[in-house]
Design a protein around this ligand. Structure first.
Ligand code: RIB
Length: 294
């Protein structure tokens, strides 16, 4: 069983601010840092640091070489990355004193994925392998189509939520990982039970995880419904906490670990990431997570 993550890679420009900048306001930042990010790259690194063997596919643009290097340093396979002349995808992130963020995204190289690259990548995987997706790259529908034809198990984190996600065939997915905002954008519901009932009625084979930040997270499958409380920490920067949760949760799922255990590992990893600044820089390694599980 192999895991392919077809996903974004961003250069994150992170600004610590007293409050999020308002319309018409010019605001001096308290601190600035540049670092690696992108929901795709963060999730690949989280899965790798959790101990999974993972292939990351996507596009490297101008200025993105160090993102490729970082994937390699984390033992992520990079042979399905394609070079493009587009500027590397990037994000301007404001972080307020409560650790909350707001993100301005520029797709750049992440929008340069082309059908030929999809076909050539997916032909290296087979039925039963996992495909992990977020919504920061081009051609998402085509990737889902091709992967489903081959019998890959498809996991979608529909983030950021945009109109294109209404065109996807969710019958082709095995897992959907949403936060409370994405859940309501998708179903019009906000209570976890109602989100699950709505999705389950329409897509009976879909398994769902709904994360709710400091309110914890739910996992719903045909056989189980599991609530995992959030581990309370002082939030320094919540950027990539969701990606860390996703990566750690999926590492457990792909090796057939008990789902309650997967949820716990994911919650511990996400809590550790929230207590640090940065996106992929904040993702913990397995030995650190393990210590907090005892
Ligand atoms: O989930 C956090 C990520 O969202 C950041 O790293 C940023 O690049 C955006 O993709």
């Amino acid at each position: 069983m192999k895991i392919l993550n077809f996903g974004s890679m961003n250069l994150d420009y992170v600004y610590q601010v007293e409050h999020f900048v308002q319309p018409g306001e010019t605001l001096a930042a308290l601190e600035q840092k540049a670092g690696p990010g992108g929901k795709g790259l963060n999730q690949s690194i989280a899965m790798a640091r959790a101990g999974a063997e993972i292939w990351h596919a996507g596009c490297v643009g101008i200025g993105g070489e160090r993102l490729e290097q970082l994937l390699k340093e984390n033992q992520v396979h990079t042979e399905y990355l394609r070079r493009t002349d587009e500027i590397q995808g990037n994000a301007v992130i404001q972080v307020n004193p409560s650790g909350e963020n707001c993100i301005l995204l520029y797709g750049g190289s992440n929008r340069a994925i082309i059908p030929k690259q999809i076909t050539e990548t997916i032909e290296n995987f087979e039925a039963g392998d996992y495909l992990v997706l977020q919504n920061e790259i081009s051609c998402l529908e085509k990737i889902v189509e091709e992967a489903a034809k081959k019998g890959l198990r498809i996991v979608l984190n529909p983030s950021p939520f945009e109109e294109n996600l209404h065109n996807l065939d969710y019958h082709k997915l095995s897992w959907l990982l949403v936060n409370e905002i994405e859940a309501s954008q998708l179903t019009g519901k906000s209570e976890p039970d109602k989100v699950w009932s709505c999705l389950h009625a329409e897509y009976p084979k879909l398994n769902v995880v709904m994360t709710m930040g400091s309110q914890g997270a739910w996992c719903f499958t045909l056989r189980e419904r599991i609530f995992q409380p959030a581990i309370q920490v002082k939030a320094v920067d919540t950027t990539a906490a969701g990606d860390t949760f996703t990566g750690y949760f999926l590492r457990g799922v792909t090796i057939g670990e008990n789902l309650r255990e997967c949820m716990k590992q994911a919650a511990v990893a996400a809590a550790l990431s929230v207590a640090r600044t940065g996106a992929s820089d904040s993702i913990p390694y397995w030995d650190e997570v393990e210590k907090h599980l005892k």
